[in-house]
Every structure is written in C-alpha cells, then in structure tokens.
Design a protein around this ligand. Structure first.
Ligand code: ADP
Ligand code: MG
Length: 296
C-alpha cells in the first residue's frame, strides 16, 4: 500500500489500528471465503528458542554439534539462526571462523568450517499444493519425534553427511486459537501455510483448530500456492509478516500484513494491522464487511 492509500484508511479503522488501503480492499474483504495464515510470526510469535539437540554421530557431542551449527548461523538473521546462536552463547561455546557463507532463503545456511562444508537447514520437503519436493529426506526417527512435538528440526550436515538434529521451539500467540474460531464464525476457511516441516505445521494447526495445512513450501512458491487456490475458485485473503510473504500477499485477493511485519509485507498488502495478533486480522475483515461508509 502506498502512503497516500494508507491515509485513505483513516476513521474507525485507524482507531482500531487497522489501516485500509482503499475502497477496493473493502470490496475484496466482502468476497473472500478462505484465509491463508502464515505460520511463523503470524499464528506463532516467531520468537524461537533452542528445544533439543541430538547427535547422529558418535564422534560429535552436543556442544560440538551446536558449535558447528551456531558458527554458520551467526551470519543469518533468521529466527531459527538467532535461537541457535543464542543457545551456543548461553553455553559459553566459542564460535569458529566460517568461509564461503551462503544464505539459501527458506532452506538454510551453508559455510566452510575447518575445510569441511557445513550445511544447516531444512530436513525434508513433501510435495504439496503447488510445491514440488526439493530435497532428500533424512528419514530419521529423530526428525519425526521432534517435529511431531511441534518443534522445528534443523539438520546439520558435514560434507553432505547428516551429523545431528537441532530442534527449535516457537510459541503460539495466546489469541490465535480464538481468532481461528472467529474466522470460522465469519464463514471463512482457515489454511496454514509454511516453509516448515509438515509435522510441525500439523502440530501447530491442531493446537489452534486449523484442518488444512500446506507445509514445506519454499518462499518463492508461496504466491503459487495462493494462485492455485484462486484457480480452484476460492477468494483468498492472506495474512503474513515476512519478506518471504510479500509476493503471496500481493497475489491474494486481500493481503493483510501483521503489525510488526516487514516493510515488504506492508507494501504488498491491502490492509496493515497495528496490533501484532491474529484477532486484529479478524477485526479488520469484520470491519471491512460491516460498513464501507464508517471507515471511509
Ligand atoms: P516460514 O514459512 O515458517 O516463515 P521459512 O521459509 O523462513 O519459514 O523457512 C522454511 C524452513 O527452511 C525452516 O523451517 C527451516 O527448516 C529452513 N531454514 C530457513 N532458514 C534457515 C536457517 N537460517 N537455518 C536453518 N534452517 C533454515
Ligand atoms: Mg512469517
């Protein structure tokens, strides 16, 4: 939304901390039947912390595994990376120098430590609506164990060989479950969309009452997922916060950026929330449906 357009959304919406780009947004809000929710930072707080560490290699203990992972993650701004680095610092571990660092959005990070290529990142990707399988599955029970508990598993590989799994936990925002109930009361179908592992997504979905989950989606595929739902005849609202969400927010019939969202997400959206919880998105839809005149 342009700054001028945001100015148009003064009045009642602004009082509630809901900035509406213009009359088209209100029109779209009346027509939507599906609300796609980004998981991390939208349904969950996105404030991650280390949950567990499991070595898969007898010669690598927990601290050595954490040191390797944190060394490579040190250059990443991703919440998963911040959690891993913070945990290493808490344990007083000294990070190692990293050469040839690369960030692969929605996949993980890579770098060379002591002559070996260390890769920290996603474990598996199931083929999903609009998204093909992209990486090999490390079919380890550790991954299933962690992810079915709702913790995001991150695989650490050295020269291609899996040496351990680090699980990072996020927390569900306190208002998310009620907000999902309210979406249903408005006749809207909630869908959870994420780049995270499918089992993690399902665990979060179950806790907030969402039945439909689209997981393992790469950042560049999020918009395709929205387009696919639209091609099936659905009128889609998307609620998100991240840079990665911007193309999907722009593709959706109604894009809603969460409070605290990135500039890219806000610019791609029709509605911007000041509050940082999902209930604000419900309020925005309700308000838009209720009355055009009050808001404009
Ligand atoms: P989301 O859709 O939940 O916002 P992302 O697209 O940012 O998630 O990331 C998807 C997945 O990619 C993560 O669940 C993780 O497995 C992996 N990933 C992304 N960035 C990193 C990183 N810096 N370190 C480890 N894994 C990462
Ligand atoms: Mg997000």
């Amino acid at each position: 939304a342009t700054p001028t357009a945001i100015l148009a959304g003064t009045g009642r919406g602004a009082q509630l901390g809901i900035l509406i780009a213009g009359p088209e947004a209100l029109e779209q809000a009346r027509r939507i039947d599906t609300v796609v929710l980004d998981k991390t930072g939208t349904v969950t707080s996105g404030e991650m912390s280390l949950a567990r560490i499991r070595s898969l290699d007898a010669s690598v203990d927990e601290d050595a595994l954490l040191t390797l992972a944190a060394s490579v993650e040190d250059a990443s701004e991703h919440p998963l990376a911040r959690a891993i680095v913070a945990a290493a610092r808490d344990r007083g571990l000294a990070l190692e120098p990293v050469a040839d660092f690369r960030n692969e959005a929605g996949r993980g990070v890579v770098g060379v430590v002591d002559g070996a290529e260390v890769r920290v990142g996603r474990v598996v990707s199931q083929p999903q609506d609009g998204a093909g399988a992209v990486e090999v599955s490390a079919s380890d029970s550790v991954i299933a164990e962690f992810s079915s508990a709702g913790q995001t598993p991150v695989l650490v590989r050295v020269d291609g060989k899996p040496i351990g799994v680090i699980a990072v936990a996020d927390t569900i925002k306190p208002t998310s479950a009620d907000a999902v109930t309210h979406l249903r009361e408005l006749g809207l179908e909630p869908v959870l969309l994420t780049g995270d592992h499918e089992l993690v997504a399902k665990a979060v979905a179950a806790e907030v009452g969402i039945d439909r989950v689209i997981a393992g989606v790469l950042p560049e595929q999020k918009a395709q997922v929205i387009a696919k739902l639209q091609s099936e005849g659905q009128k889609v609202a998307m609620v998100g916060d991240g840079v990665n969400d911007a193309p999907a927010l722009a593709t959706a019939d109604l894009g809603i950026a969460m409070g605290g969202g990135t500039d890219a997400a806000i610019e791609a959206s029709d509605i911007t929330l000041v509050r940082d919880d999902l209930q604000a998105a419900v309020d925005a839809i309700r308000l838009s449906r209720g009355s055009n005149r009050v808001i404009m």
